[in-house]
Design a protein around this ligand. Structure first.
Ligand code: ZN
Length: 217
C-alpha cells in the first residue's frame, strides 16, 4: 500500500534511478534531490533533470560547491576512486563524510516539504564502501536526524545489501530495466546509457548487466 511522501537522493545514475522507481512504487508522492558539487560532467545534472522531468517528479537541485572547496583535488581523486564502484554517488568517493552532508541536507529538505521518507542508493555490498555509505552509519544518522528535528524520518536503502546484477534485477522487477539502461548516466566519460564501455564504471555496470542476463537463462 502506498503511503506518505518520499525524497530520493538522485544523481541520474543507475543506482539512484532504480531507487527512484522503487520509491514511485512505494510512496504516494515522490520528489528528488540532486547535489551539484561541480560534477566532472555537467551532463550528469542534465541527465538527472531529464529523468525527473520524464517521470514527472519535482526536482530539487542543491548547490554543494562547498565540497570542491574542501577537496581541491576532487576530480583526480574521483578518477581513482570511481573504480571502487560508487557509481552515481561520486561525492562520497572524493570527500570523506560527504554522504553525511548529503543525507543531512536531504533531511532538511524532507522536513521542508513534509516528507517522512528519505531514499538513498548507498550500498555496502560493492567493494569496501565508504564508511558513511554503510548500513550502521545510515541507521545512526536516521536516529540523529530525528533527534535533531524532532521528526520521525525513515531512511530507506533498497540497494544496501544487493550487488550490481541484483540492482538490474530490481530495476527489471520494477518494470524499469530499459529505462534505466537507456536513460541513466554512469559512465565516467559522460556517455549516457551503455557508456564508453571502457571506464571502470562502465565495466562494473556491464558486468552486472551480463550477470543478470546470465541468471535469466
Ligand atoms: Zn564509461
Amino acid at each position: 500500500m502506498k503511503s506518505d511522501k518520499a525524497v530520493v537522493v538522485f544523481s541520474g545514475g543507475q543506482d539512484s534511478t532504480t531507487c527512484l522507481f522503487w520509491a514511485l512504487k512505494n510512496f504516494k508522492e515522490v520528489e528528488v534531490v540532486t547535489f551539484d558539487y561541480g560534477q566532472r560532467h555537467a551532463l550528469e545534472i542534465e541527465c538527472a533533470k531529464q529523468i525527473a522531468q520524464e517521470l514527472n517528479v519535482r526536482h530539487h537541485i542543491l548547490n554543494m560547491s562547498l565540497l570542491n572547496q574542501l577537496a581541491p583535488n576532487a576530480l583526480t581523486r574521483a578518477d581513482i576512486e570511481i573504480k571502487e564502484g560508487a557509481e552515481g554517488e561520486l561525492p562520497s568517493t572524493f570527500v570523506p563524510g560527504s554522504n553525511l552532508v548529503f543525507l543531512s541536507f536531504a533531511g532538511i529538505l524532507a522536513s521542508q516539504i513534509g516528507a517522512k521518507h528519505i531514499v538513498t542508493g548507498v550500498c555496502e555490498t560493492d567493494f569496501s564502501g565508504y564508511p558513511d555509505c554503510r548500513d550502521a552509519f545510515v541507521k545512526s544518522l536516521n536516529v540523529t536526524l530525528n533527534l535533531s528535528m524532532d521528526t520521525s524520518f525513515v531512511i530507506h536503502t533498497p540497494l544496501m545489501w544487493i550487488n550490481k546484477a541484483e540492482t538490474w534485477a530490481l530495476a527489471d522487477q520494477l518494470g524499469a530495466f530499459d529505462f534505466v539502461r537507456q536513460k541513466t548516466l554512469t559512465c565516467y566519460n559522460g556517455i549516457i546509457a551503455d557508456g564508453c564501455g571502457e571506464c571502470p564504471a562502465c565495466k562494473l555496470r556491464l558486468q552486472g548487466m551480463e550477470a543478470y542476463a546470465q541468471s535469466l537463462k
